[in-house]
Write a new protein. Structure first.
Length: 151
């Protein structure tokens, strides 16, 4: 009895699915023929969508470049004899920067118009937050995210 019910149920599922697939094929054929005959392959919506995607990618690249420039976390590692030890923002366009040049440390003031030596240090200052030139982008991004989380 149970095997007869399962066979009948299987037959019913088979007939239902086969009729659905034939109906779907007919709908696909009519939709495909109407689309290919009436619409152009290059749609205005597709062009707008592509251009918006391109603009979004360019905006993200510009934002990341601005972020790296503003934070000062991305320094070239080619200058081994001269390094930025510490930097302190004094205003929107003013900074005090402690430089290590060879064995000597120099405190300079940096504005949008000029760079001026403020003080030449007699003894070197030990700082724990020296920027390491060997760290990668991921490490620097992690440092920025931790600084933002603390403040």
């Amino acid at each position: 009895m149970i095997s007869l019910l399962s066979k009948a149920f299987s037959f019913f599922i088979f007939v239902s699915l086969s009729s659905l697939s034939m109906a779907a094929e007919q709908v696909d054929k009519t939709a495909l023929s109407s689309k290919t005959l009436s619409s152009s392959p290059v749609d205005t919506g597709a062009i707008v969508e592509t251009l918006l995607g391109l603009l979004l990618v360019l905006a993200i690249i510009a934002f990341l470049a601005w972020l790296l420039r503003k934070t000062g976390q991305f320094n070239a590692s080619s200058h081994r004899d001269m390094q930025i030890i510490a930097s302190l923002s004094l205003g929107p366009r003013e900074r005090a920067v402690l430089l290590q040049v060879g064995q000597q440390q120099i405190l300079v003031g940096v504005t949008s118009q000029q760079v001026q030596t403020l003080h030449v240090l007699e003894e070197a200052i030990n700082t724990d937050n020296k920027q390491s030139n060997s760290s990668g982008f991921a490490d620097k991004l992690q440092q920025i995210m931790q600084q933002k989380g603390k403040s």
